[in-house]
Design a binder for this molecule. Structure first.
Ligand SMILES: NC(=O)C1=CN([C@@H]2O[C@H](COP(=O)(O)OP(=O)(O)OC[C@H]3O[C@@H](n4cnc5c(N)ncnc54)[C@H](OP(=O)(O)O)[C@@H]3O)[C@@H](O)[C@H]2O)C=CC1
Ligand SMILES: CC(C)(CO)C(=O)C(=O)O
Length: 347
């Protein structure tokens, strides 16, 4: 079985590396963004090294830089595709591969944020025939210390579910799927497959933590744990959480069928979860802060921005989340502007 991975960054490389070691029978192919990236990968022996506390493991992987073609010049069918780009890059990254994808493709989105399956379906498959879409949330932590070296810093887990065509319906049975099976049977990924409604609760927890932690860290420019030094943040966190809670209850009617949903969406529990995430990741520099420091586009539109957009559809005001979206975007614009100004002074 062939599995393509689009987005050969920290998460994509980590997953491809572990899957190829656990399943030598799989053919894993990293899809690079540019020919230059592909050439560079090949120059480095087509190898991804993963560094963990207990040592370094190397694996050689196949790679490509463009949509696969058959010998007759037609697009080759992609059976399995894992997308691990940043959320804002997904649409552009996927577009060239649309001719390789059919309704029998297993498309697994391994990303933070929410709303991507619905967005891609509206954008690329508005009249049906969309691929089988799966989503995975990750509590692993990884970053690339160089082009071919991934530091696996947090040994977390993956939770995977199939995205139903209509999100109001829950999938009660978990069908067997070869891509999901291959991931779940890769020990280092510590992955599990759950039904959509249970997945949604886990995804909501992750989104709430990201909606509270990431923008504040990007704005204050400090480590995750530093925010716990202030007691003035609690009312802000409470407002973010309450707005999010209202949006989730309006959008995901399927939650009414899940007996665990009421307890899980309790405001105090969610706030305690956010504070615990601040504590557990105290020494981290949040991904959004790092994006701003590197002058990269952030994932704010798929975290707090998702809450604002969906809130609007349901007539729910989300002023705290909207303010954070605007503040993070301003922060990036200011940092980029300052960088350009500094560069022009040197030139
Ligand atoms: N890293 C982590 O610890 C965790 C990450 N996540 C989530 O996982 C997702 C991926 O994150 P992460 O791996 O860290 O991100 P990275 O930035 O490390 O990787 C994204 C990759 O996508 C590539 N890419 C961008 N545009 C395209 C394109 N048009 N075609 C092909 N490839 C493209 C980038 O290439 P290039 O570098 O050349 O631009 C990069 O290699 C995010 O949603 C993140 O929030 C979730 C939990 C933990
Ligand atoms: C949980 C948290 C905030 C850890 O830093 C994260 O997921 C991120 O930085 O994106």
């Amino acid at each position: 079985m062939k599995v393509y991975v689009l987005g050969a960054g920290s998460m994509g490389s980590l997953v491809a590396h572990y899957m190829s070691l656990a399943h030598p029978e799989l053919s894993m192919v990293l899809l690079m963004k540019t020919q230059a990236r592909l050439d560079n990968f090949v120059r480095h022996n087509s190898e991804i090294s993963v560094v963990k506390k207990d040592g370094i493991v190397r694996a050689q992987l196949a790679a490509g830089g463009m949509p696969p073609m058959r010998k007759d010049g037609n697009p080759a069918h992609i059976e399995n595709l894992i997308v691990a780009t940043k959320t804002h890059a997904t649409e552009t990254a996927l577009e060239p591969y649309l001719k390789n994808i059919s309704s029998s493709t297993n498309l697994l989105l391994l990303q933070n944020g929410m709303g991507m399956p619905e967005y891609l379906t509206r954008k690329f498959w508005p009249s049906g025939n969309r691929p089988q879409i799966f989503q995975a949330i990750s509590t692993h932590g990884a970053y690339k210390s160089s082009q071919n070296v991934v530091q696996h810093t947090v040994n977390g887990s993956l939770v995977i579910a199939e995205q139903p065509e209509i999100t109001q319906h829950t999938t009660t049975t978990i069908p067997l799927n070869p891509l999901v099976d291959a991931i779940v049977s890769t020990p280092e990924l510590n992955a599990s497959h759950v039904n959509y409604s249970d997945f949604l609760l886990a995804q909501i927890d992750k989104l709430i933590a990201n909606a509270c932690i990431n923008p504040l860290l990007a704005i204050y420019d400090c480590f995750n744990g530093d925010l716990l030094l202030s007691t003035h943040l609690l009312p802000i966190l409470k407002q973010i959480v309450n707005e999010a809670r209202a949006v989730f209850l309006a959008e995901y009617k399927v939650l009414n069928e899940n007996p665990q949903a009421a307890a899980s969406l309790d405001t105090e529990r969610m706030l305690a979860h956010v504070v615990r995430m601040f504590e557990l990741t105290a020494a981290n520099s949040s991904s959004m802060r790092e994006d701003i420091r590197n002058l990269n586009t952030t994932e704010i539109d798929w975290i707090n921005g998702f809450l604002v957009r969906v809130g609007k559809q349901h007539g729910i005001n989300t002023p705290a989340n909207l303010m954070l979206v605007n503040m993070v975007k301003s922060k990036l614009a200011i940092e980029r502007g300052l960088d350009q100004r500094a560069a022009s002074l040197v030139a």
